[in-house]
Design a protein around this ligand. Structure first.
Ligand SMILES: [Fe+2]
Ligand SMILES: [Fe+2]
Length: 288
């Protein structure tokens, strides 16, 4: 099965391309002459997307809570280029993949968005490289995309795999079960797909590939891969899980708060903000 899955990923059987608007934004991002006005002009051509951008820009995930953005131009100016890209990815990716027969994609994206927000919230506190800060949101958002890749390229087999036994009472982790069954897991499948077709940065790809490897370790400097791994464990630990979880416990590493150099109060604020922000995001996702 591994060989077939790799061939399907490489051959791109109806897997979605990156949405046009994201390609356009990436192009502007790489253009040194790009101005905020250009970004605004690109986004305003899609009124539905523009409305959603304003809503999410005002949510706890992107708003400071102090000012309210009433129009698209204000939102773009306030957020700046990187956050606009992060936000449009968060809105566009859930519309990109075909709906799953096996699970609720909205719950999947809520988990992904939570890991994105937690990663970004902690990045400036624990990582020193500004490039890692910039990549932290997308790395979290895309860490589990391999689940959607498998669900899209082998829908019948993946549906059978997910429904054959009661996953929620299985002690093995999802990635172990995938490896037993398909000889490839969603980390590898997702990273392979993105590297080949989505022109995503190596940092984002690497975090997806390693997100089930150990996270922050005591006494060691944390890198982006480990931060995303820990953010994933934190989201799961606080009940913001994706819909195909098994009963396998994968808590954050012992002493993770000390390893990250943050207090429980800091983390509580991040988790509360995540949960409030997800309410706004869910309303948008369910309207798709
Ligand atoms: Fe995962
Ligand atoms: Fe995850």
């Amino acid at each position: 099965m591994r060989k077939k899955i790799i061939e399907l990923i490489e051959g791109r059987p109806d897997l979605p391309p990156l949405p046009e608007v994201l390609l356009g934004l990436q192009k502007l991002m790489n253009d040194p002459d790009c101005e905020v006005e250009d970004v605004y002009r690109l986004l305003k051509t899609d009124p539905v997307l523009s409305g959603h951008i304003i809503t999410l820009a005002n949510s706890a995930l992107f708003g400071s809570g102090k000012e309210t953005t009433r129009n698209l131009e204000d939102a773009v100016v306030r957020l700046g280029m990187q956050q606009v890209i992060d936000l449009v990815y968060a809105l566009e990716l859930p519309r990109t993949f075909r709906k799953s027969k096996a699970f609720d994609q909205v719950e999947f994206w809520k988990h992904s968005l939570a890991v994105a927000f937690i990663s970004r919230s902690l990045a400036k506190k624990v990582l020193s490289d500004p490039d890692d800060w910039e990549a932290s949101f997308l790395a979290g958002l895309m860490h589990d995309v391999g689940i959607l890749v498998l669900d899209n390229i082998i829908p019948e087999e993946y549906f059978k795999f997910l429904t054959l036994k009661d996953l929620s009472s299985t002690d093995q982790s999802l990635e172990e079960l995938e490896k037993d069954h398909f000889k490839i897991d969603h980390s590898e499948a997702g990273a392979m797909f993105m590297a080949k077709w989505w022109a995503i940065s190596d940092k984002v790809n690497s975090a997806s590939l390693t997100h089930h490897k150990p996270g922050s370790a005591q006494g060691k400097t944390v890198n982006l891969d480990q931060l995303v791994s820990t953010a994933n464990r934190i989201a799961n630990h606080y009940g913001i899980t994706h819909p195909v979880m098994t009963a396998f416990e994968d808590p954050p590493e012992e002493g993770y708060l000390d390893n990250l150099g943050i207090s429980q109060e800091d983390l509580d604020i991040v988790i509360d903000t995540t949960k409030i922000g997800l309410l706004a995001a869910e309303t948008i996702f369910r309207s798709n």
